[in-house]
Ligand binder design. Structure first.
Ligand SMILES: [Zn+2]
Length: 54
């Protein structure tokens, strides 16, 4: 059980580091801040202006 959870944590760390190296793929067209996810509302200005970056 302990070994299994260690592997699971390692996988999560790997997935996290891969995510960290990716360029943000979304941008808020209201405040022009880049965001990592397709948020319904921009975490920076609160507008629902998040769109996929070109
Ligand atoms: Zn914004």
């Amino acid at each position: 059980m302990g070994l299994f959870s260690d592997v699971g944590r390692k996988f999560e760390e790997t997935k996290q580091s891969l995510t960290d190296t990716q360029q943000p793929e979304y941008v808020c067209t209201s405040c022009e801040e880049l965001v990592r996810e397709d948020f319904e509302y921009c975490p920076h200005c609160g507008e629902d202006s998040v769109e996929a970056a070109a």
